[in-house]
Design a protein around this ligand. Structure first.
Ligand code: FAD
Length: 508
């Protein structure tokens, strides 16, 4: 072989042009290594899921006739490091050149650029052929503009790629149906159950355990429920189209005691591993909607397209424009430690308990749980964004820094001072009650601010408003809240209550 083509664990794109032709000179390499399992403490299902999907991918390449070397986490020759393993393989197979698809994480981009100079081999970078925009496209689009609004980037992309457009106009006459996407689940309404696979992953699980990889969360290795290849990812998406899309937009922001994924697609694991293509998804959604307009309202389709074409590409563009300094932004100077119940679910706050428990159980929480429950709590309590980032980066099946950090540090913690969002996404218990039914089963009372029974979100909300006044009061979207706060009579009691909660944060 002369050429080694390295495939990273989140580059399982079977449709990449690399694989179009069989060439015995190309040696494809995949490796399960400790530097990837250990850069943060991951959910056990995430580690096992990625390795299982990698093994499937390698097998499919081999079956198609490609030459593949696969290093398992348990292999004795595995040096558990990209560079060390590559050195070994270069000698062993007399490799002349290395090719790699551009990594999506800054950490790996820096790593491979450095490796280029130390390995003394040419490393050629290729497009991963996955995203709709180039890494620098957002930066160029917003050059010279004051604000980086997701909505303007999204409209630009709708137009440019003719997604959900009738010529120059948005299909249906409106760009954005966000206002239709805010319904609570009606009482006695049962969404279709999530499609769960049942894989036996005991072998991979055993190998990960034997390596003493430190992980978090739960797993049933005889019934691993996430898709592990392209075929299953498509199946999951088809299930979404058929059963979940009809109400996706309606209940996109809903919270529920009983249902852990409601009408969400759960395709983020497949998408981020590149087992599914966003371009293909957009085409399928649009044609499905066009063919079923009598039963599927445009607000459902637009709501979904906005997430994939809008938010996902926007977050990636911001990441590549802002890294590496983005990693250390802490605009609101939040310093507190993340409470222990983020790893155990043992808290009396029912909304938090549900969101954390299902994250530990499934490696999944939907957007509003991440943003308005766990994220909201961390922002209100002033948790250090480094700790918040590590938690999100570890616990979710779909968590990779390029999309995790802009959502966490930016959108949910406002630690970037407004690069991603125009205002902090914070709220008191009233939002939880408006969007869901957690408060009904909660030991705290959503209606009160002070006393043993008071929901901590209430006084913490005003504490947040008060302590960040100098940074937020001139934000036009926050003006209303400052007016309300400045008129409140029992400010001192509320702040004292919040201080008490913060003092006893571990036992809330
Ligand atoms: P659906 O609700 O069905 O949405 C469909 C798809 O749209 C998702 O699969 C995802 O690819 C995309 N999408 C939706 N919202 C966003 C968003 N805000 N940013 C980027 N893409 C989006 N998403 C990740 O993929 N990885 C992360 O590590 C991650 N961390 C997050 C952390 C916080 C604090 C918050 C608030 C959000 C985070 N998100 C992350 C975004 C979003 O919550 C998840 O993409 C979504 O919950 C995945 O579930 P789903 O596939 O069922 O999504």
């Amino acid at each position: 072989h002369t050429k080694l083509r390295l495939i990273l664990g989140d580059q399982l794109n079977a449709d990449h042009s690399w694989f179009k032709e069989l060439n015995a000179d190309n040696l494809y390499v995949l490796m399960e290594i400790r530097s990837e399992t250990d850069y943060v403490k991951h959910h056990i299902q995430k580690v096992v899921g990625i390795f299982t999907a990698m093994r499937q991918f390698a097998e499919q390449l081999q079956n198609a006739g490609h030459k593949v070397v696969y290093l398992k986490i348990s292999d004795s020759i595995n040096k558990q490091d990209f560079g060390e393993n590559l050195r070994f393989l270069i000698n062993r197979f007399k490799i002349k050149e290395i090719e790699i698809q551009e990594p999506d994480e800054y950490r790996l981009q820096v790593y491979f650029l450095n490796l280029k100079s130390t390995l003394n081999k040419n490393i050629h970078f290729f497009d991963s052929e996955h995203f709709i925009t180039k890494k620098t496209e957002l930066k160029e689009f917003f050059a010279g503009k004051k604000q980086t609004l997701m909505e303007s980037f999204y409209r630009h992309l709708r137009n440019k790629h003719q997604v959900l457009m009738d010529g120059e106009n948005p299909a249906g006459g409106k760009w954005n149906y966000d206002a239709y996407n805010r319904k609570k689940l009606p009482k006695k309404h049962t969404p279709p159950p999530p499609l769960l696979f049942e894989h036996n992953v005991e072998q991979v699980y055993k190998e990960v355990l034997e390596q003493n990889v430190k992980t978090l969360g739960e797993i049933d290795p005889r019934r691993f429920s996430w898709p592990i290849n392209k075929q299953e990812s498509i199946q999951l998406f088809d299930y979404f189209l058929e059963y979940l899309l009809p109400h996706f937009g309606d209940y996109q922001d809903a919270l529920s005691e009983e249902f852990w994924s409601i009408y969400h697609s759960r395709i983020s694991f497949s998408l981020n591993l590149k087992m599914l293509s966003p371009k293909w998804i957009l085409k399928r959604i649009e044609s499905h909607w066009r063919n079923n307009q009598d039963t599927i309202d445009i607000s459902q389709a637009e709501g979904f397209i906005r997430q994939i074409l809008g938010w996902r590409e926007f977050m990636r563009g911001i990441y590549w424009r802002e890294m590496p300094q983005y990693e250390s932004l802490n605009h609101l100077s939040a310093q507190r430690k993340l409470p222990r119940y983020f790893w155990t679910g043992k808290t009396k706050m029912q909304c938090l308990k549900r969101a954390i428990n299902q994250s530990l159980k499934h490696g999944y929480a939907h957007h509003i749980q991440r943003l308005m429950v766990t994220g909201n709590f961390c922002a209100l309590a002033g948790i250090n964004p480094d700790e918040v980032d590590d938690w999100y980066l570890g616990i979710y099946m779909d968590a990779f820094q390029w999309v995790e950090i802009t959502n966490t540090r930016g959108m949910s913690q406002y630690a970037d001072g407004g690069i991603v969002g125009t205002k902090p996404y914070v709220s008191s218990a009233s939002y939880m009650h408006k969007m869901g039914d957690h408060c009904v089963n909660c030991q705290y009372d959503r209606k009160i601010k002070i006393g043993d029974k008071a929901c901590p979100f209430n006084s913490l909300y005003w504490h947040f408003i008060n302590r960040n006044q100098d940074k937020l009061q001139n934000n036009p979207r926050m003006g209303m809240m400052y007016k309300v706060w400045n008129k409140m009579e029992n400010q001192e009691d509320i702040l004292n209550q919040a201080e008490l909660h913060l003092k006893n944060i571990e036992s809330l």
